[in-house]
Ligand binder design. Structure first.
Ligand code: SF4
Length: 397
């Protein structure tokens, strides 16, 4: 996850104080665990990685098994559990699991489509004291309904946002950009502001592009750059005004390099300091700082690697599975730098991006260490972003 707001706040502080904040050194702990507790979902969205449907799936972890895994996760110093699905609110013991997770002092997030959160359910979610609830929105009104394949889904999800915010629950809008909803981003950012939601999660589609030839002309890459410019400008305006809204992105670590390019042009005197911070972040964290457990208890390097099993928590504790580097993919993901090939291996900004999303390389070429076909930056641009040559542009108002 790339935390745009964190860097924008540092830049705003640097502009105000004349000094860039020190690099944050965080103690290493266990990974953030995204836990798909249930595969069943009341919707059948077009871009669902879990390919969920509205029926029960056999063999899912029992409450007792979930609790056993939680004990192991706590001992392994996992700090964050994101309870997801399917639609996690369809799991009858969801609130029991959430209560135990809170009692064990995990940071507990809930990832929902929102359609089941009416006033009564919002009371239960608020009482459960989730640290954060993410509600997925693909666009406004009919656009969202088309993606979710259900008339009225947008109204129901927006209703959930309002019910939760009315109860002081921290709410984020989760948006996955595709070619069919790229134009919805400005309206969703306005919606976030108008409704008072605290967070916006922008997920890049795991889009493979068309290889290395026409990066600058690729329509999806052009839309991606436009979206990132808007996110950066919006996050900068908030940070500059001291407004505490969060903007984060996922599934494309080249965003860090693109932020370096943004700063090179707009705030060049902080380019070097930002580069240090971005190197400390290090880019892609699949298999290292982020983990996934699916509904059957199978562990994966992240949610996009459901076709790659690292083992089941029914057979071995998560802590053993995660530390086991006999799996070649995990061994490679944990290496720094990763055993990359081609333009990612030779990339000037590798220390910031970390080689990006390996699953895209694997799915398009069969080789997880091949260049990421979803990188939307060309080589010259990356070199300039890294080197920080100055060519100032005016800051957004
Ligand atoms: S070329 Fe590879 S390492 Fe460099 S920015 Fe693009 S995805 Fe990241």
């Amino acid at each position: 996850m790339f935390r745009i707001s964190q860097y924008m706040r540092d830049l705003a502080a640097a502009e105000r104080d004349g000094a860039y904040p020190a690099v944050r050194h965080t103690r290493p702990s266990g990974p953030v665990v995204i836990w798909n507790l249930i595969r069943r979902c009341n919707l059948t969205c077009k871009h669902c990685y879990a390919l969920s449907a509205d029926h029960d799936y056999a063999g899912e972890l029992s409450t007792a098994e979930v609790f056993t895994v939680m004990d192991d996760l706590k001992a392994y110093r996992v700090p964050v559990l994101i309870l997801s699905g399917g639609e996690p609110l369809l799991r009858p013991d969801l609130f029991e699991i959430a209560a135990r997770a809170k009692a064990m002092r995990f940071y507990v997030g809930l990832s929902s489509n929102g359609t089941l959160i009416d006033a009564a359910m919002a009371d239960r979610v608020a009482a459960a004291a989730f640290d954060y609830v993410g509600i997925s929105l693909d666009g406004i009104g009919a656009v969202h309904d088309r993606f979710r394949r259900q008339a009225g889904a947008f109204d129901a999800s927006l209703g959930a946002v309002r019910e939760l915010l009315a109860r002081d629950v921290k709410v984020g809008l989760r948006y996955t950009m595709t070619a069919l909803n790229a134009g919805e981003l400005p309206a969703l950012l306005r919606l976030m502001r108008d409704e008072g939601a605290q967070k916006f999660y922008f997920s890049h589609l795991n889009y493979a592009g068309r290889g290395n030839i026409h990066r600058a002309k690729d329509a999806h890459f052009a839309a991606t750059r436009e979206a990132m410019d808007l996110l950066f400008d919006t996050a900068w305006a908030d940070a500059h005004a001291g407004i505490d809204r969060e903007y984060v992105t996922g599934n494309n670590d080249a965003d860090g390099v693109y932020l370096l390019a943004w700063v090179r042009q707009r705030l060049p005197r902080w380019h070097g300091a930002l580069r240090q911070h971005l190197q400390a972040w290090g880019g892609n964290a699949s298999g290292v700082a982020v983990a996934n457990i699916d509904n059957l208890g199978v562990v994966h390097p992240d949610t996009m690697w459901w076709h790659h099993s690292l083992g089941s928590v029914r057979e071995r504790p998560f802590s053993q599975i995660w530390a086991d580097e006999s799996d070649a993919l995990m061994a490679g993901l944990k290496r720094r730098p990763r055993p990359l090939q081609g333009r990612c291996a030779d990339c000037a900004a590798l220390a910031v991006c970390g080689g990006n999303t390996r699953v895209r390389a694997q799915q398009t070429s069969g080789n997880p260490w091949a260049p990421d076909p979803g990188c939307y930056l060309d080589d010259d641009e990356i070199e300039r972003a890294w080197a920080g040559a100055e060519r100032p542009l005016p800051l957004p108002a």
